[in-house]
Design a binder for this molecule. Sequence first.
Ligand code: AMP
Length: 548
Amino acid sequence: MFGLMQERPLLIASIIQHAARHHGSTDVVSRLLDGSTHRTTYRQLEARARRLARALQRLGVRMEDRVATLAWNSFRHLELYYGISGMGAVCHTVNPRLSADDVAYILDHAQDRFLFADTSFTALIEAAAAKLSGHLRGVVLLCHAAEMPSLALPAGIEVLCYETLMDAADEDFAWPSFDERTAASLCYTSGTTGRPKGALYSHRSVLLHTMAQNSAAVFGLRPGDRMLPVVPMFHVNGWGSPYAAPAMGAAMIMPGRHLDGASLASLMNAERVVFSAGVPTVWLGLLQHLRSSGERLHTVRRLVIGGSACPPALIEAFDKEYGITVEHAWGMTETSPLGTFNTPVEVPGEDATAALRRKAKQGHAIFGIDMRIADDMGHELPWDGTTSGNLQVRGHWVCSAYFGDAPDSANDAEGWFTCGDVATITSDGNMEITDRSKDVIKSGGEWISSILLENIAVAQPDVAEAAVVAAAHPKWDERPVLLVVPRQGKTIDTAALLGAYRGKVPNYWVPDAVVVLDELPHTATGKISKLTLRKQFRNHLVATGAAG
Ligand code: AMP
């Protein structure tokens, strides 16, 4: 016997319809490319998303067509999220920090019909368009007619103006109903090994992710909250924020491309932001700005940090110096992205050191995700907080196959997706990433966690950023090398820095060399590029005689 509850497909348009109808006057604020501020509401945004759906129809876009975006966080990008997916096409967010070659590969692989782009990306578009093989019909620049820059594209690709298309379209579009399993959005991995691969999200997976994300254990947004997604909307659906905030009637404050510490602090204060989310590099920048300028954040209460391991020093600094709670999250492009979340809890009798250690882990699987660690043969490993193994997940918003690949080809027979991360899990389910499997350092047959070593380095007062990579060693096979960037105006005493490891890690974990650099390379998604550093420092110990 089936239950007798209404069955309505889980569709993305329902989120913006809900926001427009029930939280219609809530703010959507955007800092535009020229630094000016644009204000709209969910009611107006939903109307413009319908107008956009009409404009897309007039361009010939049909259900399941891929439509790409190359844009910072702004109201127009939000319109694209809803207009494209809402009409049944696939919103394909492209990362503008990738090379022209990768952008061309991704646009071709997805067979995008149109590309909607911010005007700041014309050079990248011209370089990528020259390499395309013929699917793209047009590039639509996200601006008014008077703001159109010049853009030279190969024959067959039109240049169009977003606001001109919008002016010519009607708002009489009605959001259609269709199968909730229909593809809604597409995001390619950053392709640190080989070519980028597409994770294809469905309306159903996005809706379920949104509901889990808004549970009290996770983002838990509410009407009246004002959230600033620092994480770009081209990175895994902006970590779900463009869906989670309107679903709850929380205001969205979009920073555009202005992601430095000073710009973020001023926008957060001006717009009374209470909640934000982004990668550690951004928060290290914000912290440096706050410390050097003396500026305070008057309304921010919670920061979600993920995408790379959050150094405990960052959790402690925001808490002690600014009264802001840091919540650590783990996820990936293939998991929509949220997989685990470290929800703040009080543990009776726990001392400060143990509490910080616990908070720095990546957290518990959120409802809708199952997780485990396994050995290389796929056998589950114990949850004892020390045994490390390959992290695997399965759930309602985990990728089953990459775009264009055979069904279920991303999973094993039991549906487990292997994440490429090495992790431990405590007996009560708190997961900790110790390394990306490719970054693991194996010294004399023992594993050394680069993340733990990096966390100790960034906790030192003169260190702004740190990375630990494996260098070849004739005796131990691999040994850790520490690469550090000093804080502005500071110098690093390398002996004192190495001394900081004493008593915190086994002696054989202490790095064999410290190299001070002006900056570290970052990937297109803002993580430290270990791949670049590994290549660069692979022979460091042998070349400098330090391996002798
Ligand atoms: P991406 O698909 O670009 O989001 O990258 C996903 C990868 O980022 C994961 O597999 C992890 O290696 C890493 N990652 C994401 N969040 C965290 C975190 N909180 N701590 C450590 N690594 C993380």
